[in-house]
Design a binder for this molecule. Structure first.
Ligand code: UD1
Ligand code: UDP
Length: 356
């Protein structure tokens, strides 16, 4: 089997990492990087730290409005598909790179496999939800991380080619967990103690592109008693500067550049709590037994909320404060809705069965 994998943004490097390792044991993989993320700390660091093979093709698309960015990716992917002639296209998650791969594969009649199929937040205002729905409906092989995701697909009439594989980010966490314990950015460097800090990330357009909402989040995090470690996505740093919030954030929080994956996973594991609007970070907190306070009104990772390890608080300062200052009432039992950390092998097996 020859798979052409499309990645482009930070979470996709993390998701492709365990799958590529597994897939390449018996199959050929051609890696296409769209260039959606291009700063070293959002891209190169993941390839270097995780030993992800160099991309075979780099499209160098960069940032831009949704239509322009997606269209440029589509043109580049179409050329590479014609050149490489793969048996299938493999894409991950819910970014514009995912959608570009999905549209081109389906229009050029190359079978499309989508990892993280079936996730739904039911919030169509988020570009990611649109990307998820459209990619799933273009896909031939739907790799769902959980039974609930497969059920979402069924509810939309998608029943052929659905495989429940578990979640590949669980594999990624398992692979770096030990290394994360001896990470480069130590807690001592950051001046914090295990279990006595909150780790925060914010990058969703809904939160960064609204000055009032971002100001509310910064004020709520600034009011937390514990130190708040905040590795900021460049989009968020730009917004903080533009809205005149940067000084307040830098004074009150431990504001950092984005961290590499190993450092970041180590910080999730040792945090008292995580506050985030990220999809991936909600799950990593769940895998690493760290309570999560999600700075959104909805989530596609609904099982983490149902399990009692994640609470949705939006950007309301009182709700954020109440969630972060309270002690967490965590349940005794923890379900494992995303499998046991062997999703990469299940994804490979599903692709084999799909193409045979
Ligand atoms: C994208 C995804 C989002 C995902 C996130 C992961 C879409 C619509 N959004 O959001 O689903 O959660 O990646 O981090 O696909 N920028 C840089 N350097 C970079 C990349 C971006 O400075 O290397 C800045 C640019 O100002 C750019 C902005 O960040 O305009 C947004 O980048 P973009 O890739 O469009 O969206 P993200 O917010 O990163
Ligand atoms: N991440 C990282 N360094 C950081 C912040 C996040 O390595 O400073 C990792 C994190 O561990 C997770 C992924 O980036 O695996 C999540 O990406 P992001 O939050 O940007 O996107 P989302 O998951 O919301 O699409």
């Amino acid at each position: 089997m020859k798979a052409l994998t499309v990645v482009g943004a930070r979470p996709q490097f993390v998701k492709a990492y365990p799958v590529s390792r597994h897939l390449r044991r018996d199959h050929e993989e051609v890696l296409v990087h769209t260039g959606q993320h291009y700063d070293a700390e959002l891209s190169d660091v993941f390839f270097e730290e995780l030993g992800i093979p160099e991309p075979d093709h780099h499209l160098g698309v960069g940032s831009g409005p949704h239509g322009e960015q997606t269209a440029e990716m589509m043109a580049g992917i179409e050329d590479r598909l014609a050149e490489e002639g793969p048996d299938l296209v493999l894409c991950y998650g819910d970014t514009n790179s995912t959608l570009a791969a999905g549209i081109v594969a389906s229009k050029t009649d190359v079978p499309l496999a989508h990892v993280e199929a079936g996730l739904r937040s039911d919030d169509r205002e988020m570009p990611e939800e649109v990307n998820r729905v459209l990619t799933d409906h273009a896909a031939d092989c739907l790799l769902a991380p959980s039974d609930a995701a497969a059920e979402n697909l069924r509810a939309e009439g998608l029943t052929d080619g659905v495989f429940v594989t578990g979640d590949v980010m669980s594999d990624a966490v398992s692979l770096v967990r030990d290394r994360a314990a001896t990470r480069a950015r130590t807690l001592a460097d950051l001046g914090v103690e295990p279990g006595e800090y909150v780790l925060a990330t914010v990058h969703r357009a809904h939160n960064t592109d609204d000055p009032g909402r971002l100001a509310d989040i910064v004020a709520a995090l600034a009011a937390v008693d514990d130190e708040v470690v905040f590795p900021a996505h460049p989009r968020t740093t730009d917004a903080l500067r533009e809205y005149g919030l940067y000084e307040e954030a830098a004074d009150a929080l431990t504001l950092l550049d984005p961290l590499g994956y190993v450092d970041f996973v180590g910080l999730v594991a040792d945090a008292r709590a995580v506050a985030t609007d990220s999809g991936g970070v909600q799950k990593e907190a769940f895998f690493l037994d760290t309570p999560c306070v999600t700075l959104r009104e909805t989530t596609e990772w609904t099982e983490t909320v149902d399990a009692g390890w994640n609470v949705l608080v939006g950007s309301d300062p009182d709700r954020i404060a109440a969630a972060l200052d309270g002690s967490f009432d965590l349940p005794d039992d923890k379900p494992r809705p995303y499998g046991d950390g062997d999703a990469a092998s299940a994804v490979t097996a599903a692709l084999e069965s799909f193409t045979s």
